[in-house]
Design a protein around this ligand. Structure first.
Ligand code: NDP
Length: 456
């Protein structure tokens, strides 16, 4: 807690992210805190809203997050909304000058508009302690991420830049760290000596859900693997940390990501891509992806991606980390699955094939299951399979509430450091290039299936 944030300036306050996620999370954060937080909310966007329209926006958003009337009332006392062009130096200057110091400026804007707004800020003198909060995607490749980092570095120090990865709320991050480092059991086994493979999977049943404007230009590899799943990999593969603070945690993650590359350094063989075609999910008919409103088939966007990554260091050499994410799949699955190596020897006399143990760490809701071999119920010499299964405790706030708490507390623990943002592109850029060059086929899968049949 190093800075005192006096205002949250939401640029793009009339957009989808603000209305659906940020404003409800802001209300929930204020609602659930023991001490009243003195922060003024200022909305700015492209809609010509008067005070009543802004009040309606806040009320609708807060209601969707079950925020108390008391919190709504206290926010309404200080808040205001301004119609601005966020790429105009004059508009930004007037807006920022009117914010109680220090402002946290949240760019809830389309990525290209965020870059234009940051460029305009070069001509605005920012108050001491200003925090900048950027959404994903951060750049479109390593080069553009590096130039955005350079631009930000000219505006504020790195510790005042929050690159949001809301996928990992604080409680999920802490649950992963807790399981790994608050138990003696796992860490001695956590390496290529005992682990055969790691699967990090985020499968959704959701289809495009009218998000073509963004998703059709991104696709599954950019949308999920380049950002969220590589962050999960880093948490799962990092060395033990001395302290849970932003410096130690982000150093440890960066070290892992610097060692990552496509499996065998072969960007063609390391990845697979596919796109859904007509099918049905839970009785709901789904059209071909290319027939969804707003999709341009010539973009050749994948809706399912898989990338096998190698963490080229002493601990992990030779262990494949398979990252997979897709839409319109049969079941929702969001987990890290660790498969241990086969036993060196099963005592003669025990019958059955011992299946390697598997540790499942599911995310949102967080759960953990250790699948292992035990003796059978009827014949104690025959092997049986059981799972030790438990819920991990949920946090007190939704992911965006945790993100905003970090921003307003000046704690970048959950945010992605600049070098890491570039590193993640460095890992996937060669794969994206191979796909753009047509060197990897686009497979198909029926909506509601488990993916292409050739993949199983
Ligand atoms: P939207 O397009 O819904 O919202 C962006 C808002 O910015 C719109 O109200 C838009 O107005 C406004 N805007 C655009 N240009 C200007 C300008 N020059 N001056 C003032 N306002 C402007 O996008 P989202 O809210 O969906 O996304 C915002 C960011 O959050 C993106 O980076 C996205 O990737 C990220 N994100 C979004 C998620 C979501 O679920 N929506 C989830 C995770 C991340 P207008 O419509 O009039 O152009």
């Amino acid at each position: 807690m190093t800075r005192s944030i006096g205002s949250l300036l939401l640029l793009g306050a009339s957009g989808d992210l603000s209305g659906r996620l940020l404003l409800p999370a802001f209300g929930q954060l204020l609602d659930r805190e023991e001490q009243r937080r003195d922060v003024v909310l200022i909305g700015a966007g492209s809609e010509d809203w008067d005070a009543d329209a802004w009040r309606d926006r806040l009320k609708t958003s807060f209601d969707s997050g079950d925020v108390s009337d008391e919190t709504l009332k206290s926010v309404l006392e200080g808040t205001r909304y301004k119609l601005v062009d966020v790429t105009s130096v004059q508009d930004l200057k007037a807006l920022i000058d009117s914010c109680p110091p220090a402002p946290a400026i949240y760019f809830a804007l389309p990525p290209s508009v965020t870059v234009a707004a940051c460029s305009a800020l070069q001509q605005v003198s920012l108050p001491e302690g200003t925090t900048l909060v950027l959404e994903k995607p951060f750049g479109t490749n390593e080069e553009s991420a590096a130039s955005l980092n350079q631009l930000l570095a000219e505006l504020v120090p790195e510790q005042q830049v929050h690159r949001v990865d809301h996928f990992l709320g604080r409680s999920t991050v802490l649950n992963l760290i807790g399981v790994r480092f608050a138990n003696r059991l796992f860490e001695p086994l956590w390496s290529n000596e005992h682990i055969e493979r790691v699967d990090i999977v985020f499968d959704e049943q959701l289809t495009l859900e009218n998000r073509a404007r963004y998703y059709d230009r991104a696709g599954a590899l950019m949308d999920m693997i380049q950002s969220h799943l590589l962050q999960v990999l880093a948490l799962g593969a990092m060395d033990p940390i001395a302290t849970i603070n932003a410096v130690d945690l982000r150093d440890a993650k960066a070290e892992v990501l610097r060692a990552c590359r496509p499996w065998n350094d072969d960007p063609v063989a390391a990845g697979r891509r596919a796109r859904y075609i007509q099918g049905s999910i839970d009785g709901r008919d789904v059209p071909d992806y290319t027939a969804e409103p707003g999709v341009d088939p010539s973009r050749n966007t994948e809706t399912l991606a898989e990338l096998v990554v190698e963490v080229d260091n002493w601990r992990w050499a030779g262990v494949p980390f398979r990252l997979r994410s897709g839409k319109a799949l049969r079941e929702r699955r969001k987990e890290v699955l660790i498969t241990f190596k086969r036993l060196p020897h099963l005592p003669t006399g025990l019958r059955g094939e011992p299946i390697p143990e598997r540790l499942r760490l599911a995310m949102g809701p967080d759960r953990m299951a250790l699948e292992m071999n035990v003796n059978g119920p009827d014949d104690p010499l025959a092997l049986d399979r059981v799972a030790l299964d438990t819920n991990l405790n949920p946090g007190r706030l939704p992911a965006y509430g945790e993100v905003l708490a970090g921003v307003l507390d000046g704690d970048p623990l959950l945010s992605v450091r600049g070098d890491t943002a570039e590193e993640c592109w460095h890992i996937v850029d060669p794969v994206l290039q191979a796909w753009r060059d047509g060197r990897v086929p686009m497979d198909e899968y029926a909506a509601g299936s488990d993916g292409p049949s050739s993949w199983s």
